[in-house]
Ligand binder design. Structure first.
Ligand code: HEC
Length: 109
């Protein structure tokens, strides 16, 4: 095979890896950017006071959608609007993955 072909193949493999990493839901990265959220929602999403919803253990897609809706203005809350203002979609995916992976509250039945 030609050297040039190999380079092209190599480059497309690299870009494939990068694009799939960007689409992944990275809970570890989510945890690293969740410190600011912990002030209200607690370190694992079990909130520190009844004014703040528990988000630990909630479904990932629900959490992502909620964050996206605050960002897009579909859901309006002055506190959360400020929180998501600087977050990218990837940040919100990673935060959603992190909180979804937490134990959350147990329901006694
Ligand atoms: C200053 C306190 C505060 C901080 C900090 C904060 N939140 Fe919130 N969060 C709230 C309040 C209050 C609500 C409820 C708003 C409403 O009524 O829609 C909320 C709602 C949410 C919801 C929707 C919950 C549901 O059940 O629908 C999610 C998800 C969420 N926050 C995630 C985050 C994330 C992620 C961060 C960090 C980037 C964060 N919050 C930072 C106070 C806070």
């Amino acid at each position: 095979m030609h050297k040039r072909h190999l380079i092209v193949l190599g480059l497309s493999a690299v870009s494939l890896v990068f694009s799939s990493a960007a689409l992944a839901w990275n809970a570890e990265r989510g945890q690293s950017i969740s410190q600011v959220c912990a002030a209200c929602h607690g370190p694992t999403g079990t909130s520190i006071a009844p004014d703040f919803p528990n988000i630990g253990g909630q479904h990932r897609d629900y959490l992502y959608r909620a964050l996206l809706d605050y960002k897009l203005g579909n859901r309006q809350d002055p506190i959360m609007a400020g929180q998501v203002a600087e977050l990218s979609r990837q940040d919100m995916r990673d935060l959603a993955a992190f909180y979804a992976a937490q134990e959350g509250l147990y329901l006694k039945r």
